[in-house]
Structure formats: C-alpha cells, structure tokens
Ligand binder design. Structure first.
Ligand code: SF4
Ligand code: SF4
Length: 437
C-alpha cells in the first residue's frame, strides 16, 4: 500500500544526527528563568521575589481563557520576577529561581484516580491547571484546543508524530522511549473531546517509533498508528490531517471544521504524565544539534534552563559558530545567542557553523514557478512576495497571504534565493491585524 502524504512540500537534507545517541537527563540547574505565558499580559505573580518555592508550585496564573499557569521546575528561592527579552526578541515575564538542589515536591501533587469517573470538562480543567501548551512549537493552550465551540462535534483525534524539521529528533526519541505514555495521553485526549478514534501519524523514516507505538497501541481500542511519507512540512496540522484522513481544512478554518482535533506527541505524553504522576508541565525533551555542537544529543531538560547550559552538556560549541536557532532550521527562530531560557515549546536548539549560515545573494525572479509547485497551501508565493515588497498589502491579502503556514518551502526551492517567506510573513501579519480590527 502506498504511504500517505499531503500535496506539495520538499525533501530537505535530514541531518538527524541525534536519532541513535542516548538521551541525556539534564542535572537540576542551579538557576532557571521560567517564562510566564503564552503572553504574560494580565498574569498575576503568585511567588514574588524572596518566596521559597517547591517543585510543581504555581508561580503565576491568569484566569483568562487563553491562559495557563506556570509552575516551578525546581525547589529553591525566587530571586527575580521581571520582564526579560526572550530569544524571539519579544518581551516576556520571567521568574528566576535559584535552586536549593533538594527538589522538594509541592504538597498536593499526585496522580488522578479512575479516568472513567472524570467528566470531559474536568479533564480539560486538569490539563489547564497543569500548564499544558502545544509542545510542537506553537505553544497554543491545549485546554483551548480541546474546548470545542457550542454545537461542534469531532470524530477523530490526530496525534502529530511528523517531526519533519531537519535536525530535530526530540519527538522521535519520545515516541521510541515513551510510546506507552504517548498512547495513554492520546486516550485521555479522546475522552476529553468525546471521540472513539485516534490516528497517530508518524513519518516512515522513523520505523522504530512506528513499531514502538504500534505495540503500545494494541492494548487500547480505537488508536491506530499510521506511517506517513517522509516529507516537509508533514508535521503541520493541516498537512497531517490531509495525510492521515484525506480531509482538507478550508482556508482560514480550524481542524474542528473537518471533525478533527490535533495534538502533538509530546503534549500527549505530558498529559499522561500529569494523570499518572501528578506532575505539571515542567520538563521536556530538547534536541541539541548542528555542525557547531561537539556532541549532538537529545536532552531531557527543565523548562527555564538556559540554552548555554544544554549546549555545555553536549560538549559545548565546536568550531566557528554561525547561527543559533531555537527550533528547527525551517520554522525555528534565529536567536542572538545562547543566554536564553528554553520554553515549553522549545523542541530543539540548533547551532550552525559559519559556512552553513552564510547568506545567499538575492537575484531577480526568473518565473520558474517552483515556489508555487511546493506550496502545501496552494498559494502563489512569488506574487504575494511581489505585492508585499510593493507594500500593496491589500493585493497580497487577496492572494490569501493569511493562509501561509510559514513553512519556508518556497524560499528553500527558489533558485534566485528570494526572501519569499519573510515578505509573506509581513503580508500575513498585516492581513491578520486588519481582520482583528
Ligand atoms: S507561501 Fe507560505 S505556506 Fe506556501 S510554501 Fe511559502 S511559506 Fe510555505
Ligand atoms: S521560485 Fe523564485 S525564481 Fe522561481 S518563480 Fe518563485 S520566486 Fe521566482
């Protein structure tokens, strides 16, 4: 049977150097700066400077629907609670804790009892209280994703094990090493949205993950594991829905419009951890890789650990460092250095050597059409780019710039090295801001 996939996309060099390296458990860091948010506006700090905190204690919360609390990953003393500039360049509220190394647990942390006796509303409340955000990078609050609008019903949960970005292997390692947790978390998500069917989509370049998940899933009813063709951006929500179920999410619509809820494999495993052990989201697997890392590895790290510490655990910097990327090289964010804490959505830290990070000289468009061919959203990147450069955002918007998923496939294949995704991002921001108005 042909392996399933979506339309468009590219096949960049995989560079997945950390698939076979053993996962490293990071030691308890001496200091963490835990980011509050997704956006910190309106958050109330519950542990101001000078507070002694324990592992799992709530540090900040906001009752807004789109908000989740932040918890302490270490026991120790809060030494600062102030805005800091994150790796993205945006300002966030960060709570800095100096660890006492004791890792004393906060009172009240414990497993959830019999799942069958808990209502879907309570499951979503527990997920919110555990600070769950999308761990694939988007950091969208999970309880919001699972709270369907009035009257909307879904029939399938799609669990995203695509991990199509070059270099990144944290989801791959998780699926192999913690397959039972991924499947258990999937069953909790199914119950929270009232469905009997789930599909875990995994690229076929991870046969060990497919095997581990298939074995774990056979103990559960209604959970299938589906190998997908290895192609970028297979891990994008709309692409994996098309690949697994053959359904197309219309432009501007969300997955529930075609009866689907999508969660990432790491989020599913973190939900299982919360129900089995009581632990809120305070740790995650991070790929530390790239030609400028001495010993590329996957690290199990505490949220709020500084990237410099994780790179140090992996042997430090090798050769001339050209670029630091939080996330993968296609959709990640270039950071001005390593002195930034990791967040719940940091799946990788990629360090490229100076030669790899060189900028190419931009040339005129030769109208080859390659950018159109690879766009998974069926957009016309060269045309949107043209209007964005001319600051004619209204025309760019008419060409559905807002539907761009910022995958970068168009820029990747462009022989003239035109900065297509950068200008399309601008047009998209303009379109979204206009819609909000
Ligand atoms: S236009 Fe957007 S969605 Fe299409 S290939 Fe370019 S970055 Fe990806
Ligand atoms: S791929 Fe580059 S050169 Fe070809 S049509 Fe698109 S923008 Fe022009």
């Amino acid at each position: 049977m042909a392996v399933r996939t979506f339309v468009g996309g590219i096949h960049p060099a995989q560079c997945k150097f950390t698939c076979d390296a053993e996962t490293v458990a990071a030691p308890v860091p001496a200091r963490v700066t835990v980011p509050v948010g997704p956006s910190w506006v309106g958050y109330k700090v519950l542990a101001p400077r000078g507070t002694e905190v324990k592992v799992g204690q709530k540090l900040a919360d906001n009752e807004g629907f789109m908000c989740v609390p932040t918890h302490s990953p270490v026991s120790g003393k809060v030494v600062d609670a102030k805005p800091y500039r994150a790796h993205t360049g945006l300002e966030f509220l960060g709570i800095t804790i100096e660890s006492d190394g004791k890792q004393e647990l906060c009172e009240g942390i414990g497993p959830v009892g019999d799942l069958d006796s808990i209502s879907p509303e309570d499951i979503r409340r527990i997920i919110r209280e555990a600070g769950m955000l999308g761990m694939g990078g988007a950091e969208f609050p999970t309880h919001v994703k699972l709270s369907l609008p009035q009257g909307v019903k879904v029939d399938t949960v799609v669990v995203n094990g695509g991990e199509c970005e070059p270099y990144l292997t944290s989801d791959h390692k998780l699926m192999v090493e913690r397959a039972a947790r991924v499947v258990h978390g999937t069953s909790i998500v199914m119950r929270s949205v009232g469905v009997k069917k789930a599909v875990i989509g995994v690229e076929d370049n991870k046969p060990d993950a497919v095997a581990a998940l298939t074995e774990a899933a056979c103990k559960w009813q209604g959970i299938d594991v589906m190998p997908l063709k290895s192609s970028y951006p297979q891990g994008y929500e709309k692409a994996i829905i098309k690949a697994t179920l053959g359904r197309e999410v219309p432009p501007g619509a969300l997955p529930f419009s075609v009866g689907v809820v999508v969660v990432n494999v790491a989020t599913a495993a973190a939900i299982s951890d919360r129900f089995e052990t009581g632990m809120p989201l305070m740790k995650r697997l991070v790929t530390v890789s790239g030609s400028a890392v001495a010993k590329p590895s996957t690290v199990e790290a505490y949220i709020g650990t500084y990237a410099s510490e994780l790179v140090g655990l992996c042997g430090g910097i090798k050769g001339d460092l050209g670029k630091v990327i939080f996330g993968g090289p296609m959709m990640g964010v270039a950071a001005p250095g390593l002195d930034f804490p990791i967040t719940k959505g940091t799946s990788g830290i990629v360090l490229l050597g100076r030669q790899e990070a060189l900028f190419w000289k931009e040339m005129p468009c030769i109208r080859c059409g390659r950018c159109n061919e690879v766009c998974p959203m069926f957009l016309e990147p060269s045309e949107i780019h043209k209007y964005a450069l001319a600051e004619d955002m209204a025309k760019a918007e008419k060409l559905f710039a807002a539907d761009c998923m910022e995958c970068g496939c168009c820029s990747y294949v462009c022989p003239s090295k035109r900065p297509l995704v950068q200008s399309i991002k601008l047009a998209k921001q303009y379109a979204l801001a206009r819609r909000k108005k």
